[in-house]
Design a protein around this ligand. Structure first.
Ligand SMILES: *Cc1c(COP(=O)(O)O)cnc(C)c1O
Length: 418
């Protein structure tokens, strides 16, 4: 076969790694064209919540596709978007009264940042500084990269990134430094907003911190009138054991970013939910105060229908019980592997477990990552370690037997590399 013209994301084509061709999926399983059955232990990069090709979501997509495929959303509307916005304002914290649609986690973050700046500009008190947490990841567009950790991922683009104020990560035992830095940054008077991944920093290495610290960070922002943006693109929809991670801290943000699991992971769709204060700051007879943002596929009807089916699953199925049962099995199985192979920093947040393989060269570009990945794929398991950090984030439909295959693969691969 001639070489594919496809240019893959986060992939070094020059290394010649094999690229599996998948034709079908169901639950936690991916089926390749060469007849392999692969356990997807990372939810196809953190998006698939219930399982692949959930019948209810598939049916909703099929039904909507026959009625209305796409519609301009500036000043026009359709039933799936109306239903979804009402559904979200019912299931999410009541103070988040408004729903703005976009189509990826990165754009949900861009929208939140623009809304925060628009809030201050429209009130005639322009504030521009964004506060961020060390090791954060918020997406790959220029604004989202600007508020994320700097490193090899974005060094080539650094001249385009805007300045932010970085607050140290609240590592266990060092939380006071985080709170003090946040307090000082908020008190400076030009801080517009603080953006955080609640409880669990994903791409930064599956780092966890406590609900108490999340609560304290939220309180500091509230005291100084600094807007609090919760990026729950990865943590929402049960991943951390609750619908939102913020819930565990009793925190309600001013702006909430949702994407990945919003459609159960089936279609690209995102929302930024906003408090009335933020909406009201844009509400006026003055057209120059409107929110200047759109993308072609804003609130695509088919994607909204998929999200409505996801909400129906949440209303009717015991999703959180499933997550709790999965989390318990992961704690046991992965905990045993961590002990057996001497993995470091074992941690868990809901259905996400992680630990580090003890090696000297531990960065994202370390040789170990691709070696582990290839070892797992050779055993029909999709796992993609972050440097030397192995983590699991399976779809909730993964069976005991499939999870067993994942643990066996990890056991064998670690025995091989260590
Ligand atoms: C994945 C992710 C994003 C970016 O979402 P995309 O849909 O990939 O643009 C933003 N924030 C967090 C916390 C994420 O995990």
């Amino acid at each position: 076969m001639s070489r594919s013209p496809v240019w893959h994301p986060f992939h070094q084509h020059g290394l010649g790694e094999a690229i599996p061709l998948v034709e079908r999926a169901e639950g936690a399983l991916l089926y390749t064209t060469d007849g392999r059955e692969v356990v997807d232990a990372i939810s196809s990069w953190w998006v698939t919540t219930h399982g692949h090709n959930h019948p209810r979501i598939v049916a909703a997509i099929r039904e909507q596709a026959e009625k209305l495929d796409q519609l301009i959303f500036a000043g026009w509307t359709h039933q799936p978007a109306e239903e979804l916005a009402r559904g979200l304002t019912t299931i999410m914290p009541p103070a988040l009264e408004y729903v703005f649609f976009s189509d990826s986690g990165s754009t949900a973050v861009e929208v939140a940042l623009k809304m925060a700046l628009g809030f201050w500009a429209n009130r005639g008190e322009p504030r521009y500084r964004i506060l961020v947490l060390e090791h954060s990841y918020h997406g790959d567009t220029i604004g989202a990269m600007s508020v994320g950790a700097r490193g090899v991922f974005n060094s080539a683009y650094a001249p385009l990134l805007f300045d932010v104020e970085t607050v140290p990560f609240p590592a266990a035992g060092a939380e006071q430094a985080t709170l003090d830095a946040l307090e000082a940054a908020c008190a400076s008077g030009d801080a517009a907003a603080f953006i955080v991944e609640p409880l669990l920093l994903g791409a930064g290495g599956m780092l966890v911190y406590s609900p108490e610290i999340l609560r304290e960070m939220r309180d500091i922002c509230a005291r100084h009138g600094v807007l609090f943006i919760a990026d729950e693109v990865m943590t929402a929809w049960g991943r951390t054991g609750t619908l939102l991670a913020c819930e565990q801290a009793g925190v309600v943000p001013d702006l909430l970013c949702l994407a990945k699991g919003l459609t159960g992971g089936s279609m690209p769709l995102a929302v930024t939910m906003a408090s009335a204060a933020i909406y009201d700051a844009h509400y006026s007879h003055d057209r120059s105060k409107m929110f200047f943002h759109s993308s072609s596929f804003t609130a695509n009807p088919i994607a909204c229908a998929a999200a409505n089916a996801n909400l129906a699953i949440w209303r009717e199925d015991p999703v959180l019980e499933r997550v709790a049962a999965l989390a318990a099995r992961e704690a046991e199985g992965f905990g045993a592997l961590a002990a057996k192979h001497g993995l470091a920093n074992l941690r868990q947040c809901g259905s996400v477990v992680a630990a580090e393989v003890p090696v000297a060269d531990a960065g994202y570009l370390a040789e170990l990552g691709p070696r582990l990945r290839e070892g797992f794929y050779a055993r029909d398991v999709l796992l993609r370690p972050l440097g030397n950090t192995i983590y699991l984030m399976p779809p909730y439909a993964i069976t005991e037997e499939q999870l067993g295959r994942v643990f066996t693969a990890i056991d064998e691969v670690l025995s091989e590399v260590l």
